[in-house]
Design a protein around this ligand. Sequence first.
Ligand SMILES: Cc1cc2nc3c(=O)[nH]c(=O)nc-3n(C[C@H](O)[C@H](O)[C@H](O)COP(=O)(O)O)c2cc1C
Length: 257
Amino acid sequence: MTSEKEQILTGHKIAAASRKDAHIDLALDPATKSAGNNGFDRLRFEHCALPEIALSAIDLSVEFLGKPLAAPMMIGAMTGGTMRAEAINRALAEVAQDHKIAFAVGSQRAALELGKTASDLRIIAPDIPIIGNLGGIQLAQSGGIDLAKAAIDDLQADAIAIHLNPLQEAVQPEGEHDWRGVRDAISALVKADMAPVIVKEVGAGISASLASDLFACGVAAVDVAGFGGTNWARIEAARRMMILRLCTISGLGHPHP
Ligand SMILES: Cc1cc2nc3c(=O)[nH]c(=O)nc-3n(C[C@H](O)[C@H](O)[C@H](O)COP(=O)(O)O)c2cc1C
């Protein structure tokens, strides 16, 4: 017999898995793209009609996290944990390995809580930098540093990315809203020296002042994930409407006051 607490925990884990699948569907919907723009469309490169260089002499290769890359490119953190997400990640790992670019997985928390491993990604992509991923709030919770170690070990990750998503959590029906202690947890993770620590946003950007603060904490890199592409506030708002509709149809009433 499972206790009520275990049942609630299992329900929470199943809900997290179905949330990830809903995120994939909603991210594919053009209506959830950011309405604003990040300013990149105002930039124009001046065309040089007389380059005086052989195209073959242009070398885009770089070293990142101690490994050679064919170009300074990385597949950004997307998803993990569900069967569908695992298939997406295997395909992305294969592409990254073939093209010798870096690959970041999405949050590993749900998978680790369900006792799943993503170690096959390292087998698919043995030569490229693979970046693990956890949420800042989860890192700050009890056992957060151990969870980060498990995330790094599972992938033999070359770095761990901590995502900051306060806007998304604020709109998410079951979001977590207590961001106290996240900065200290990031500092503690840096001091634990398990792998380089990257801090990233999920689509709403990181300001210059926060970036300097993070570098002062010893963070190795910052991924600003600037506003203009995927909009998590829109995605979570759309998911909230989906949940409300389901509750109305099934006569369960409003799930959150
Ligand atoms: C389906 C999907 C799932 C994502 N899951 C994660 C995640 O688990 N962890 C994370 O740090 N970022 C996650 N992201 C955010 C991306 O890494 C990226 O920061 C964000 O999409 C902003 O970039 P874009 O505007 O080019 O989409 C996810 C993005 C998508 C589209």
